[in-house]
Design a protein around this ligand. Structure first.
Ligand code: HQG
Length: 183
């Protein structure tokens, strides 16, 4: 019987596909894809779930964290291992948003937005998503506006992950402005 919750299974799958494919003896190609059948078999063996559990997590995941494409799977975004998601390079919408803590803002306002432990800075097309990302963290929040189209005109590039999250290498402080602060 499976005792792993869908949340735990989703976290394990993210861990493997974003950060540590070698834990299951897997390799990701340049764009982060790996063979689905081998992935499924190894996840099932390691944590005692079934292929049905994995398929359910892929299809019901609230943030569409996983992309199943024919015989291959990848994490839509969030990687710490270097993968090139550039297939989805897209013209950025006018403005993108980032939700963070007031504490982080203290450094961000001089250092800019950096990818920290991930390969990219994560941005969203709507304010509500940015608010939700910030809401996962304790303390006062800050919502930041990123003038994506203006940055693009200056040579910065943006790409849209499979699940709609926007990614970029970094956002210098000069481009950032506060939308609103939530106590
Ligand atoms: C902050 C979730 C100090 C940045 C969400 C953020 C998202 C700085 C934190 C996805 C900084 C990094 C990503 C600087 C950036 N000084 N702090 N110069 N530059 N930061 O988790 O955007 O559940 O890597 O503001 O929904 O919070 O994983 O990024 O607070 O899409 O699928 O450093 O994670 O998706 O944190 O979240 P993260 P994030 P998943």
């Amino acid at each position: 019987m499976t005792t792993t919750s869908d949340t735990d299974l989703s976290k394990f799958m993210s861990y493997i596909l974003r950060h540590a494919p070698e834990e299951l003896g897997l390799a990701l190609d340049d764009a982060g894809w790996t063979d689905y059948d081998v992935f499924s078999q190894r996840v099932c063996e390691r944590i005692g779930v079934t292929d049905d559990d994995i398929i359910r997590v892929i299809s019901t995941n609230s943030k569409k964290r996983f992309t199943l494409d024919g015989s291959r799977i990848r994490a839509a975004q969030g990687h710490s291992v270097g993968v090139d998601l550039a297939a989805q390079v897209a013209a950025a919408t006018d403005v993108l948003y980032h939700g963070t803590t007031a504490e982080a803002w203290a450094s961000i306002q001089t250092a800019g937005l950096k990818p920290m432990d991930r390969t990219h800075v994560h941005l969203s097309a709507d304010l509500e998503t940015a608010r939700q990302v910030a809401g996962r963290r304790k303390g006062p929040h800050v919502l930041l506006m990123v003038p994506a189209r203006q940055m693009e005109a200056k040579g910065y590039s943006f790409l849209r992950a499979d699940n709609g999250v926007w990614l970029t290498a970094n956002v210098p402080a000069d481009f950032l402005s506060i939308v609103s602060e939530i106590a």
